[in-house]
Structure formats: structure tokens, C-alpha cells
Write a protein that binds this ligand. Structure first.
Ligand code: MN
Length: 257
């Protein structure tokens, strides 16, 4: 029931994302992750396991270790537990783009009753990830950002508490890559299957569209380099990235529709 919105927004015949059919695991630490998501806008999805689903907030600027910084975190629909390990390309539909597993680990609520804390709009918790650790709080803003973001009571703030793990290091800049593959967005694209790769045309136009085009461009070069010189049947029938010319070459999508 909690995953209805998640399922309603997706066509699982068309997306490699998990459908949420696996039952929740029990008797262990609670999972948390942050997925860096290059979609219509770049954002970081913070997900906390609770009651068999992943409670989810989209954080446009990503988490900050600076205790004076409040990061807007839009509450979004619960996600299935197994989504938390997902890294790859969403070729079309809701959230189309590239998902990177930016951090993962376990979390511990600092209040005994998580549901009560959520209702109250004040959830304190401890993270034990690779990049994010220590004490944090999510506070509902009471609609302060509702006008600009259209989020109503979905607008929360993500704030780091002062402890050994807080500081002024910009963690999204300092540690930008995947904790799963070690790669960046272009590596994730380059590692993907040609079918997903060639049909991938997520964002169009605008700043993110340009950013995505640049990433696809870099991914095409990486992919070409990894495949090496075409030999035998392996390369036959596959659309290969054009060889980069000296200097800046024309920005082109790998395939035109
Ligand atoms: Mn997202």
C-alpha cells in the first residue's frame, strides 16, 4: 500500500528499476542510502528504511556537513527496499536519467517512535555510511517553501548536528562518485547495456539537458576506449561512438530519433 504511488508512476516493462515485489528483510540494521540522480534536475535522494519501505526525500543540493546549512529536502513517495541498491539508467518515464549509488550504510532513529516523529515533522537520526555519518535531523518546514516548489507539507530541511562528523568540507564535491561502482555518471552510462544506452534520451534542453548531453558525450568516449579497436564480431552491429576529433567536437546525441 505504501508503494502505490511509486508503482503508479512507473511502467516496469520499460524501466530497469525494481518493481517492489520483494518482501522487506527483517532482523538487522536499518538500511539507508543516498542516490545521486541526474534527471530533469540533478538531486540527491535520501532514503531511510522504515516499516518495509524506504522513506524518501529529494535533496536538490545534496547533504551538507556544515551545521549552519539547511538543505531543502522534498518528501517524495516511499520506495521499495531493493531500490536502495539500484544504480543505472532509467531510460524513460518517471525519473528518467541516471542513478548513482552515492552513499549507503545503516541508520538509527534517535527517537523511539519514528511514525510519531514523522507526524510531528521532526526526525532525528544517526547515519553510518561511507560518506555521511553522525547525527542529523529532518525538520518539516510547515509550507515555507510551498509556493516556490509547489510542495505543500512535503518541504523539509535536512540539517547536520554538530559532532565528530560535521565540518565545512563540501562532501558532494569532495566525494562525488559511486560507492557501488566507484564511477561517475558517465561510467554508469558506459557500463550499461547497448539497448539501454542507445535508447537513452532522458532530459531535453535546458541546463540539465546540456549537462546530460556532455555526460553522454564523455560516456561515448569511455565506451569506445574500453571496446578498443573493433575486431571480429563483437563490434559488428553495434553503434559505436564517433572518434573524438582534436579539440572540442560537435555535441551530438549518440542516436537521433
Ligand atoms: Mn530522484
Amino acid at each position: 500500500m505504501a508503494l502505490e504511488e511509486y508503482k503508479r508512476k512507473r511502467d516496469f516493462a520499460k524501466t530497469p528499476e525494481p518493481s517492489g515485489s520483494v518482501a522487506a528483510r527483517k532482523g538487522r540494521e536499518l538500511f539507508f542510502c543516498v542516490q545521486k540522480h541526474l534527471a530533469s534536475h540533478l538531486h540527491y535522494d535520501l532514503r531511510l528504511e522504515h516499516d518495509g519501505v524506504l522513506l524518501s526525500w529529494a535533496v536538490p543540493k545534496g547533504p551538507s556537513l556544515d551545521t549552519s546549512v539547511k538543505r531543502l529536502a522534498m518528501k517524495v513517495e516511499d520506495h521499495p527496499i531493493e531500490y536502495g541498491e539500484f544504480e543505472g539508467v532509467i531510460p524513460e518515464g518517471y525519473g528518467a536519467g541516471i542513478v548513482m549509488l552515492w552513499d549507503r550504510g545503516s541508520w538509527t532513529p534517535e527517537s523511539a517512535d519514528v511514525d510519531a516523529a514523522l507526524r510531528k515533522g521532526d526526525l532525528k537520526f544517526t547515519l553510518n555510511g561511507y560518506k555521511l555519518k553522525g547525527s542529523w535531523v529532518l525538520v518539516r518546514t510547515g509550507g515555507r517553501y510551498a509556493g516556490a516548489r509547489g510542495g505543500g507539507d512535503r518541504a523539509w530541511l535536512l540539517i547536520k548536528h554538530r559532532d565528530d562528523w560535521s565540518g565545512d568540507i563540501d562532501i558532494t564535491e569532495f566525494a562525488p562518485k559511486s560507492v557501488k561502482s566507484g564511477g561517475d555518471f558517465e561510467d554508469i552510462l558506459a557500463d550499461d547495456t547497448p539497448a539501454v544506452w542507445t535508447s537513452n534520451r532522458p532530459a531535453k534542453g535546458g541546463e540539465t539537458g546540456a549537462m546530460l548531453a556532455a555526460i553522454i558525450d564523455r560516456a561515448a568516449k569511455l565506451k569506445a576506449r574500453r571496446s578498443g579497436a573493433p575486431s571480429g564480431n563483437a563490434a559488428r552491429g553495434q553503434r559505436r561512438a564517433p572518434a573524438p576529433a582534436a579539440g572540442k567536437r560537435a555535441r551530438k546525441s549518440p542516436r537521433k530519433k
